[in-house]
Structure formats: C-alpha cells, structure tokens
Design a protein around this ligand. Structure first.
Ligand code: 13P
Length: 338
C-alpha cells in the first residue's frame, strides 16, 4: 500500500477553495431527477447531461474531483474522449461510487445496510485501470422512534471499514460516507447525538481495520434539524453543532472532510459550509461533496434542451464558485444575487 500516493490524492480532493461534485446518481436516482424536469432517462440523455457538467468552462477552479457512476465512467464526450480522461486532462480527479445501494437490515424494521463488498477488490482494480483514483461508499442511518439501533450503526461502520481497506489496498482513496438522514421531525440535538455515536463507531472500526486515516476523506452529514421538525435550528447553530461533533469524534489525522448536502437547499448548504469555515483552528479542511446542492438549479436551467446547455453550465459554475468560496469562509449571501 502506497501511503504517500493515497495522502497526495486525498489532499488534492480537499485542496483550498475546491470541493467535489457528486454526480454518481444511480440509474434509478437520476431518473427521479430527470422526471422532475420532464426529461426521459436514457443512456444518451444521462451521458449528455453528464457531459454538460463535466465540460463546464473553468470548472476545475472550484471542483477537485467528480464522483461517477459505473455507467458514466465507461461513457465518453460527444467527441469520443472518455469522461475519466476528459476530467483528468482538466486536473479534475475521477472517482467512482462502488457501493451497491442499501437494503433493509433483517430483523431491524426501518433500518438499512449498504451492500457491495462481494468482488469489490476485483472491481476496484478495474476502476483504477479506468482512471478512478477515489471511491465512495454511502451508509445510511435514519432517525426515528427507537432507531437507529447499535446493531445498525455497528454493521454499517464495519462495512465502511472493510470497504476502506480494500480501496487503500487498490491505491484508491475511500470517501467514507456515514449519512445520518435529515428526513423526519427530530431536533438538532437528536441529530448531534446520533451523529456522534455514528462517527465514534466508524472511527473505531476504521482504526480496528488499520485504515490509513491520512488517506481517506470523510463525507458526513451536517448536524441539522429534521426536515419536518417543528423548530428548525439557525444556520449558526448548525455550524456550531457540526464543528463541535466533528472536533469531538474525528481524528485530526483525517485528510479532509467533504459534506453531503442531504436535501438542504443550495443556499443553505453553501451558507452552512461558510459559517463552519469562519471558525478558527479547524484541524482538517472542510469542503463540499454535494450532489443536489450543486446540480438542482443547473438541471432546471438545462431542462433537457440542447439550446440551454450553456445556461445549465453557467448555473453549475456559479454554485461551484460560491461553494468554493464557502470552503474558504469567504462566502456572503449577498453574492447570490451579485
Ligand atoms: P447530496 O449532496 O445530494 O446529498 O448527494 C451527495 C451524495 O453523494 C450522497 O451520497
């Protein structure tokens, strides 16, 4: 295992002013996004939309890496350049989602476990040969009456650690993503409690599996009120609680932290990241690895219309730029309309 190379890639993923574009929606998830703009999801429309994103002029100023889906890693631009090569030529690191999605955890109603370890070593070797230099595995923890259970948290943490070990063995930086969902009516305090337990379990297993922490990127949720909570915490409270829980439970050795957006609006996700980065003495770079919060307006602007590719790119570029500023603590809401 080449620690120096893993560390170099992980640091490049969280380079100052840059973050990650999560464009690894599975075929069923991208269909839902396309349904929202009344575009049929076909191999060609998916390819065309990803080409729009990946050929956005000067994207590399704010985007360090892109998480791809298996199908996308094998696709090419209209001009016939494989997406992975086109991104690498821009200085953007290609990554790949390698989990096989979530399944109900038997015996634990309402809880999920992520699948995808079988044959993963072999798949990672192929992904490396296709140009991927980092990977993603998402574990999902829901908050509700009587959940999450310890069994669900521990099972998912163990799988994340097994995945991370296989990645590092293959020369691929693992994005370790334990997502505590923001669905539901729970308070920010409950989210903080569960996020603390989850991070504690994840780092316990990562250490037990001898994962090289300087060669991972953590992709956590922010500590935030449930979407249906009667009282939503303020942006400052979100920033405060998120930094507190990370300081308590994430070793300083971790190369960097890149948040998921998880259903926050685009502007909320940017503001929260900025407020965290305005705090002093953070031990790791804090940046973004957003899916919806980078793409929603771009999808709407494009709407499947070939004449609106540049419009979609302009909106995507703006969100990438503002999130890049937020990763430096240099964003201000007034810039949204500037
Ligand atoms: P969202 O930012 O839309 O939550 O997606 C990020 C991601 O990659 C989830 O796995």
């Amino acid at each position: 295992m080449n620690h120096a190379e893993l560390h170099k890639i992980a640091k490049a993923m969280v380079a100052p002013g840059k973050g990650i574009l999560a464009a690894d929606e599975s075929t069923s998830t991208i269909k839902k996004r396309f349904d929202g703009i009344k575009v049929e999801s076909t191999e060609e429309t998916r390819r065309g939309y990803r080409e729009l994103l990946f050929t956005t002029p000067a994207m590399a100023e704010h985007i360090s890496g892109v998480i791809l889906y298996d199908e996308t890693l094998r696709q090419s631009t209209k001009a016939g350049v494989r997406f992975a090569d086109a991104l690498a030529a821009l200085g953007v690191i290609p990554g790949i989602k390698v989990d096989a999605g979530t399944k109900p955890l038997p015996g634990f109603p309402g809880e999920l476990v992520t699948e995808g370890l079988d044959g993963l070593g072999k798949r990672l070797a192929e992904y490396h040969s296709l140009g991927a230099r980092f990977a993603k595995w998402r574990a999902v923890i829901d908050i509700g009456a009587g959940i999450p259970t310890c069994t669900c948290i521990e099972s998912n943490a163990e799988l994340l650690a097994r995945y991370a070990g296989l990645c590092q063995e293959a020369g691929i930086v693992p994005i370790v993503e334990p997502e505590v969902l923001m669905d539901g009516a729970h308070s920010i305090d409950r989210c903080e409690e569960v996020t603390a337990d989850v991070l504690e379990a994840v780092f316990d297993r990562l250490n037990a599996h001898r994962i090289y922490l300087e060669g991972i990127v953590l992709k956590p949720n922010m500590v935030i009120s449930g979407q249906k909570a009667p009282h939503r915490a303020t942006p400052e409270q979100v920033a405060e609680a998120t930094v507190r829980v990370l300081n308590r439970h994430v070793p300083a050795a971790v190369a960097g932290i890149a948040f998921l957006s998880g259903g926050q609006s685009e502007t909320e996700a940017t503001l929260h990241l900025d407020l965290m980065n305005k705090k002093p003495n953070l031990p790791w770079p804090l940046t973004f690895s957003y899916g919806r919060a980078l793409q929603q307006s771009a999808l709407n602007a494009w709407s499947g219309d070939a004449a609106k590719i540049a419009a979609g790119q302009a909106v995507f570029k703006k969100r990438a730029h503002l999130n890049g500023l937020a990763s430096l603590g240099k964003y201000a809401p007034a810039l949204e309309t500037a």
